[in-house]
Write a protein that binds this ligand. Sequence first.
Ligand code: ZN
Length: 67
Amino acid sequence: MEHTIHHGPEGGIVFEAFCMTVGCDATSGGQEEQEAALDWALRHTGRTGHDVFRRECTDHARVIRRE
Ligand SMILES: [Zn+2]
């Protein structure tokens, strides 16, 4: 039995920003819109002065069994 893996569009794409300042583990949480993650980063910088973020964009995959 073989399996193949494909992009799974039904799961959508998740955007998240992570603050990279040492000692700060703040993140935007998973957002459906990229802009929401970026807005969170702008607000976080405004509040804290932290100005380096890791941006993550995650898709979903589906494994399909071929008989
Ligand atoms: Zn921070």
